[in-house]
Design a protein around this ligand. Structure first.
Ligand SMILES: Nc1nc2c(ncn2[C@@H]2O[C@H](COP(=O)(O)OP(=O)(O)OP(=O)(O)O)[C@@H](O)[C@H]2O)c(=O)[nH]1
Ligand SMILES: [Mg+2]
Length: 467
């Protein structure tokens, strides 16, 4: 072999070894609206950018062991997915006064190249550095609420919604669309001029259920978070709750048209999401805000439990053969994180973790999720309070200090006790818990964002990948 050929061969072999060492990991971040997804991803990327310098990540071994060589943002290889608005979120947090990032509506992605020194001896022999390409995807948890629809016909779904409407609070809010639909003959000629306003009134009802009643389980999920499909005809149908109607009415009739759109919605939006995105996720974190429904009351809290139940179905691959065959999901680690733990004094964090554990691991669910490594954790992506102790009526009690979101006034308070199991009547009667929303902390962009336990989340989600 000539010298040039040998050099070329060495070069190729080196590239091949490097490719073997480098890995990609697709980490999906989800949670229902306002659960803290944008804050989590912003802080996670920010911590990683500071890792090896001044980030506080003692529980994340590669940082604690000094093996991180450099982390940078790189272009995403999925050109059709919008970029996660990292710079915009940081800009808002660094504003005067600091503001929380804007709500987001659909899917987005950010990719990091994490260069590290392997710990594994075999890998080290091959090369002294390796890169993990971490693709972080943010998507609305509401999209997972739709999975059960795949196994339902339009008639079954309509029947389920009819049952739901027995609840007086829901029925009362549903007045406008229920009245509008009463005049619609199932076999009348399908007219968009009648279906579109009815679907709009139905969508308003879903929003009202969220806003006024603090409900989470709103279906179809894309009606409230349509992403790029706003106004598409497949988002214009309603459940037929005005008496039972047989199938077989063609698309030229009102009922048949709604049925056809329901099927289209399932096929293109629900199954499409699972096929195109969900099937490609390696790891998943589900963020849960347990505190807002605890403030709102028993109806809202019970509904959070139902919504989490629906979300969990997406991870029960073992249970349903058709589901596994159709999408071949491969998520092997699933982290449930109770967010905004900085709203609580530290003595309450364990209770919050246990409460979330009860919600997601309750008896029967545990078995259905077997095969996936699951963990629960309480964290604060961006810590907005300081905890300490104050004297109250001669006694020392734990307290929080921060600035109230509504008027930025400095406050010192004790928000109360979080139940560690599903709250019963006595909890709701006592009303022993009341949390105040805090403004984001004053923060200098040169420093990493303050957080609670993001390093533990990283250790669980990426622990085995940077060995
Ligand atoms: N104190 C505190 N508040 C937080 C934290 N994370 C989120 N929040 C609050 O929760 C709100 C929602 O957080 P986001 O990160 O925007 O939640 P999201 O899930 O991305 O919300 P959508 O984009 O609307 O789905 C913020 O505006 C803050 O008020 C946290 O770590 N600490
Ligand atoms: Mg968001």
């Amino acid at each position: 072999m000539s010298k040039t050929a040998l050099t070329q061969w060495r070069h190729k072999a080196g590239a091949w070894v490097q490719r073997g060492l480098d890995q990609r990991l697709r980490l999906a971040v989800t949670g229902l609206s306002r659960s803290g997804k944008t804050a989590f991803i912003t802080s996670l990327v920010n911590q990683l950018e500071h890792a090896g310098l001044d980030a506080r990540l003692p529980h994340w071994p590669p940082a604690a062991e000094g093996r991180l060589l450099g982390i940078k943002r790189v272009p995403s290889r999925h050109h059709h997915v919008p970029a996660f608005g990292y710079e915009a979120a940081l800009g808002q947090l660094a504003g005067t006064p600091p503001a929380w990032p804007e709500p987001t509506r659909g899917i987005s992605e950010i990719t990091l190249a994490i260069k590290y020194r392997p710990k594994n001896r075999l890998k080290r022999r091959l090369n002294d550095n390796a890169t993990l390409y971490l693709e972080i995807v943010d998507y609305p948890g509401e999209w997972l609420l739709d999975l059960p629809l795949l196994a339902m016909s339009y008639a079954q779904w309509s029947g389920q919604q009819r049952e739901l409407l027995r609840e007086p609070a829901l029925r009362e809010l549903a007045g406008p669309w229920l009245q509008m639909g009463e005049g619609l003959a199932p076999d009348g000629p399908a007219e968009d001029a009648r279906i579109a306003p009815l679907a709009a009134a139905y969508t308003r009802w879903l929003h009202d259920c969220k806003r006024e009643l603090g409900r989470y389980l709103v279906q179809p999920g894309r009606f409230v978070l349509p992403g790029e499909y706003q106004g598409a005809p497949m988002l214009q149908f309603v459940p037929w709750v005005w008496g039972e109607v047989g199938t077989g009415l063609g698309e030229q009739h009102h009922h048949g048209m709604m049925e056809a759109r329901f099927e289209h919605y399932k096929k293109h939006l629900v199954a499409g999401f699972y096929r195109e995105f969900f099937a490609g996720f390696d790891r998943q974190i589900v963020l849960v805000d347990c505190l807002t429904p605890l403030n709102r009351g028993p109806g809202s809290f019970t509904d959070l439990g139902r919504a989490l139940d629906a979300i969990l179905q997406s991870f029960e691959y073992g249970k349903s053969g058709w589901w596994r065959r159709l999408f071949a999901p491969r998520i092997d680690k699933l982290l449930f994180a109770a967010t905004k733990a900085d709203h609580l004094t530290p003595d309450q964090h364990c209770r919050l973790t246990r409460l979330l554990g009860t919600l997601v691991r309750g008896g029967h669910r545990q078995a259905r999720l077997s095969g996936i490594d699951i963990h629960t954790l309480a964290l604060a992506s961006i810590k907005a309070t300081h905890s300490g102790r104050v004297r109250h009526q001669g006694e020392e009690i734990p307290a929080l200090q921060g600035r109230r979101l509504e008027d930025l006034a400095p406050v010192t308070l004790y928000p109360g006790e979080v139940p560690e199991a599903l709250p019963g009547d006595d909890f709701w009667q006592r009303r022993g818990f009341d949390f105040t929303e805090f403004a984001p902390p004053e923060w200098r962009p040169e420093a990493p964002l303050p957080h609670l336990r993001l390093d533990q989340a990283l250790a669980f989600l990426l622990g085995d990948k940077l060995s």
